[in-house]
Ligand binder design. Structure first.
Ligand SMILES: C[S@@+](CC[C@H](N)C(=O)[O-])C[C@H]1O[C@@H](n2cnc3c(N)ncnc32)[C@H](O)[C@@H]1O
Length: 233
């Protein structure tokens, strides 16, 4: 689908009377941290259970650090939507340089003060619209699931500039309809029995190679967290 066709589809959806008017993503994400909508103590920046539960975090750090260590010359990594950096902090040592990026200004000021390493830079950017640092490998962990299809589409265009892209998404366990649209915010597509699949309609992201690194089934039918490595041309 061309960008023009994609925009036409989006404007059709926007004309539907049932569609909620979205907040700007920066405001929506800032409110999540202000009000601890993903959990944590009131005084804390907390990116959710998915960023802290060792059952989910440890295997992810293992597969990604193994991948990064498989290169003789360490890669420059861009962590897009780095959140509270509970995960990123354990990956920095495996990168030649680590760019950690998020849209929430107060969170990035906090991270900047808390995590200081010579090969680590924090950037407060909207990864859907702003110019991103260049690098060899982009990490996008549980970010796209919170965003509208328009933003996912914009981000995928930018991700094509990285040789390696590792995307982690929370998806339903069985069959599901991929990429049902939503407004950007706290929730994900699971309740609509949907989840992000960047290779399916309407995105049809074009890559050279695809390799599933990790799939973690959650209890009580809460879906699974899948991490996929994409290699670009
Ligand atoms: C659920 S958290 C995941 C954080 C981290 N990747 C992890 O797995 O621990 C999603 C993060 O994406 C960030 N985010 C959402 N939309 C963004 C955008 N357009 N640009 C940059 N960051 C964004 C949010 O602020 C939030 O910190």
């Amino acid at each position: 689908m061309t960008t023009f066709e994609f925009d036409k589809e989006i404007s059709k959806v926007k004309q539907s009377p049932k569609v909620k008017i979205p907040w700007p993503t920066k405001d929506a994400m800032s409110q999540i941290y202000d009000k601890n909508l993903w959990g944590g103590n009131a005084a804390e920046f907390y990116s959710g259970e998915g960023s802290h539960d060792p059952v989910l975090v440890t295997p992810y750090i293992d597969v990604v650090s193994n991948f990064l260590q498989s290169f003789e010359k360490p890669l420059t990594v861009c962590d897009l939507g780095c959140g509270d950096f509970n995960i990123g902090k354990d990956l920095v040592e495996f990168a030649s340089h680590y760019h950690a990026i998020d849209i929430v200004p107060a969170l990035m000021e906090h991270n900047q003060a808390k995590f200081q390493l010579p090969n680590l830079t924090f950037h407060c950017l909207d990864v859907a619209v702003d110019k991103l640092p260049s690098g060899d490998c982009a990490l996008v962990r549980q970010v796209l699931q919170h965003l509208s299809n328009q933003e996912v589409h914009q981000i995928l265009e930018k991700l094509s500039h990285y040789r390696y892209v590792i995307i982690t998404e929370h998806i339903p366990s069985g069959d599901f309809e991929p990429n049902k649209d939503k407004i950007s915010g706290q929730g994900i597509r699971l309740k609509q029995n949907s989840g992000i699949d960047v290779l399916s309609t309407p995105f049809y992201w074009k890559v050279k190679d695809v390799n599933e690194l990790l799939s973690l089934e959650l209890s009580n039918g809460r879906g699974r967290i899948v991490t996929i490595l994409y290699e670009n041309h």
